[in-house]
Ligand binder design. Structure first.
Ligand code: DGL
Length: 263
């Protein structure tokens, strides 16, 4: 049994933790959403580093044994420095460009992320190492989706016109969802790009990595009796019914979208 600390600027990381909780029924989870400072994608690197460091310290204080930065933006900016500073395994997320170009080398791929991730050196180093160029990969910053997810706005009537304005071509085989919030909008992407569009995100790889690390942690002598999952917003524990219902609705949305995308 391990205690896993999840962090994101808001609700996006819940999509990853949802999958981890399904696959790791024995483990405990703590989720920290930095709702006071979301969205991160338009902030400075130093701000993002400071907010992320604060969240890491908080999660360690609460007993986390593995930290997961379920946020591509915070990973891009802060993970290298945090790994140097902290003596704990830290799992990060980056746009899943590698599996996309390996699977679809001759096809056109769209990579969507926050403006900060798209501009970041980390992404450009990744593109270089995968020999990805504008011949096969288009980069697209989508600043507004995070804000809508935080407000619980997912209606394709609002989202599709926005995507239509931003996405110039429909000739993509696959979309890399390089922001954990974007997974929640797969129905709108699909409405615009067609039923055959393939979604690639970092969830599976991240959950596999967490499971490997969790197996390496020695089992606690005393069985833990704490709750399976606890939620915090910028350090304050979430106890009110409305917010817990909002979180549950995000999980429900993931279940519905997973089914819808399989069809
Ligand atoms: N979920 C974060 C990501 O994966 C969103 C960052 C933001 O708050 O803009 O990049």
């Amino acid at each position: 049994m391990a205690v896993i600390g999840f962090f994101d600027s808001g609700v996006g990381g819940l999509t990853v933790m949802y999958e981890a909780m399904k696959q790791m029924p024995e483990d405990q989870f703590i989720y920290y959403a930095d709702t006071d400072h979301v969205p991160y994608g338009i902030r400075t690197s130093e701000e993002i580093y400071c907010f992320t460091r604060r969240a890491m310290d908080f999660l360690m204080d609460k007993g986390a044994e593995i930290l997961v930065i379920a946020c591509n933006t915070a990973t891009s900016v802060a993970i290298a420095r945090l790994r140097e500073e902290l003596n704990i395994p830290i799992v990060g997320m980056e746009p899943a460009i590698k599996p996309a170009v390996i699977r679809y080398p001759e096809h056109k791929i769209l990579v969507c992320a926050t403006p900060m991730t798209i501009e970041g050196d980390k992404l450009h180093r990744l593109l270089e190492s995968e020999h990805a160029s504008s011949d096969n990969v288009d980069l697209l910053p989508l600043p507004d989706l995070v804000k809508w997810a935080e407000q619980g706005i997912f209606d394709p009537k609002t989202i599709v016109p926005y995507l239509w304005e931003k996405i110039q071509s429909q000739n993509y085989t696959a979309v890399v969802l390089g922001c954990t919030h974007f997974t929640l909008f797969r129905d709108s992407f699909r409405q615009l790009l067609g039923d055959r569009i393939i979604f690639i995100d970092g969830t599976t790889g991240t959950v596999n990595r967490i499971k490997t690390l969790a197996n390496e942690i020695p089992t606690a002598a005393e069985p833990q009796t704490a709750a399976k999952v606890r939620y915090f917003q910028s350090g304050r524990e979430v106890k009110d019914k409305d917010t817990l219902t909002f979180i549950q609705n995000i999980y429900n949305r993931q279940t519905i979208l997973d089914e819808y995308i399989k069809i």
